[in-house]
Structure formats: structure tokens, C-alpha cells
Design a protein around this ligand. Structure first.
Ligand code: ADP
Length: 299
């Protein structure tokens, strides 16, 4: 396992930021850590990168314990913080040389990494002259310099224009071919574009852990139905393959089925058998967006 988190809990005074969080990430996975603002994403990343101590639970990175083997964890991790701090007066290559000295990395890695990140043509420019997208590449290059096993990226595309965004996402996917990546974001499209798997966090707790391929195959569907009278949710829950029922408004219900066959006829027959009229009936596939809304909206 590249990352293993068990029962991690962290509070700031009265404010619970992480609440009994457990998951693991295998080598080579690109995992999106998705949650609304304040969900606890940065707190988790700070614990994994050894900047912050958890109150309870434990975390391993590349097999090393974040508290007792912090140095080895730091060697295993490349970290791109949300507000990527750069020295704007420095030249790209100079900045890389500076990082190589600090982290005692052999000089030949500098050109290797600049090449990999597509920065060689910019190597002799000042960081301050670069576009935001290229500055983000400089941050990524610095994070990769010591050839870490694991990359942790905090909101890596914040503030980029649409073209820069596509380029950085492509670059992350390329890097992910031989690294484990955990990236935090509040943007669902980012997860769909880049990740193999998504962990959804809300109010410090893990509320979903899904493979993107499962979500794409649309194994789950939501039927929205309006009857002419009230029905107990527990009654609808008894229909075959139902995983979730929600009375959204009036006599309108959203029923989630875990089945690939169209379940509308089943709902229609249910209404008929129970002397209910079906006023409307529609089906949509459950995607990341509907999952996220269902799991993170506060009633
Ligand atoms: P996210 O990165 O998902 O936006 P954070 O991990 O930054 O979430 O924050 C989780 C919760 O902890 C939020 O309620 C936030 O207000 C609170 N929090 C974060 N940092 C601090 C801090 N230094 N002091 C007090 N509360 C904090």
C-alpha cells in the first residue's frame, strides 16, 4: 500500500476536522479526494505530509509511519501545496538547483525533470514571467525532483484558465503512470478527468469510496417519480435492487436502484398495484455529480 490511513481523527479546539477516517491507496492509483470547502481535505494532506499531528489514529505513507518515521515519509512524498509558494525573482533552473541542493538530489535530475514536465524551453526564464499554468509546472517539477513514490497535490488547478487546466490535468495523468497520486479538489470534473478512484469526504468523514469506472458504467440509476398521494419511504425501499429512497418535494420521490436494467416499469407497476397514479416518471444514471450532491448536501 502506498497510503494507509486508519481511524484518523483531528480537531482544532471544538472544531472537528477529521472524524475517524480510514482508507488505503494502492501503488500506482490516482485518487481524487473530493469534498466541499471545510470538509477536512487540507487537514488530511497536512497530516500525510507530516506538517500536522493527528489526535488519534495512524497514517502510513510508502510503509512509513507519519509520526515516528517523518523523515522517510518526507522522502517518499512530493507535495504541491494549494498556494504553491515560488520565488518569482528566481530563474526556473536556478529554483530547481536551489531545491536540488536543499533536498540533496543529484544535479542530473534537474534536466530530467524539466524535460518530463515540459519546462526545458522555459528553464532560462524568471518564474515571475511565466503564466500561472507554467508556474504550476515549476511546482510540480520541484515536487518530483527527489523522485518520490507518492505525489500529494492540493487543489492543483485552482486559478488556471481552461487551456492551462487541460494541460496540467494531462500532465498529472502522465505522471500518474508511474506514481501514486492523491489530489484534493472540490471540482467534480477534475476527478472525472484525472482520477481512477474517488474518496468523498464530508464534515471530516468518508462518505464514499468509488472507482470511476464503476460510475462510468452507470451501474446505478435514479428514478424520479411523482405519485398522486403520499407513500412511505420504507415501502418503496422494499422494491427490488433499491439502495436509497428520498422524498424530495410533495409526492415526488427519488429512488436509487443498483441495477443496469431500466427500472421504470417496476415503479409504474408498483403504483398500479397500490392504486396510485403516476404523474411523472423519469430515469437518470447516477454519476459523480448526483452522488456528490446526495452525500454532501445538508438537509
Ligand atoms: P478543506 O481543505 O476540505 O477545505 P480543512 O481541512 O481546511 O478543509 O478544514 C476542515 C475544518 O477545520 C473546517 O471546519 C475548518 O474551518 C477547520 N480548520 C482548518 N484549519 C483550522 C485551524 N488552523 N484552526 C481552526 N480551525 C481550522
Amino acid at each position: 500500500m502506498s497510503i494507509k490511513v486508519e481511524h484518523l481523527t483531528k480537531s482544532y479546539g471544538q472544531q472537528v476536522a477529521l472524524n475517524d477516517l480510514s482508507f488505503s491507496i494502492a501503488k500506482g492509483e490516482i485518487v481524487g479526494f473530493l469534498g466541499p470547502n471545510g470538509a477536512g481535505k487540507s487537514t488530511l494532506m497536512k497530516i500525510l505530509t507530516t506538517y500536522l499531528k493527528a489526535d488519534e489514529g495512524m497514517a502510513l505513507v510508502n510503509g512509513y509511519h507519519v509520526e515516528t518515521e517523518a523523515r522517510l515519509v518526507q522522502k517518499s512524498i512530493g507535495y504541491l501545496p494549494e498556494h504553491n509558494p515560488l520565488y518569482l525573482e528566481m530563474y526556473v533552473k536556478e529554483y530547481m538547483q536551489f531545491n536540488a541542493e536543499v533536498y540533496k538530489v543529484p544535479k542530473h535530475r534537474i534536466d530530467e525533470v524539466l524535460d518530463q514536465i515540459g519546462l526545458s524551453p522555459e528553464a532560462h526564464k524568471k518564474i515571475g514571467q511565466l503564466s500561472k499554468g507554467y508556474r504550476q509546472r515549476v511546482g510540480l517539477a520541484a515536487a518530483l525532483l527527489h523522485n518520490p513514490e507518492v505525489l500529494i497535490l492540493d487543489e492543483p488547478t485552482t486559478g488556471l484558465d481552461p487551456n492551462q487546466l487541460l494541460e496540467i490535468r494531462k500532465l498529472i495523468r502522465d505522471i500518474g503512470k508511474d506514481k501514486t497520486i492523491l489530489l484534493s479538489t472540490h471540482i467534480m470534473k477534475e476527478v472525472e478527468a484525472v482520477c481512477d478512484r474517488v474518496l468523498i469526504i464530508n464534515k471530516g468523514s468518508l462518505v464514499a469510496d468509488k472507482k470511476l469506472s464503476d460510475l462510468r458504467e452507470a451501474k446505478e440509476q435514479i428514478i424520479e417519480v411523482e405519485f398522486d398521494y403520499r407513500v412511505e419511504e420504507a415501502f418503496l425501499q422494499k422494491l427490488p435492487h433499491v439502495t436509497f429512497v428520498k422524498n424530495t418535494v410533495g409526492f415526488v420521490y427519488e429512488i436509487t436502484f443498483s441495477h443496469s436494467k431500466d427500472m421504470r416499469p417496476v415503479v409504474f407497476d408498483f403504483a398500479h398495484d397500490n392504486q396510485l397514479k403516476t404523474l411523472q416518471l423519469s430515469r437518470k444514471n447516477k454519476n459523480l455529480e448526483s452522488l456528490f450532491t446526495e452525500l454532501t448536501s445538508t438537509p
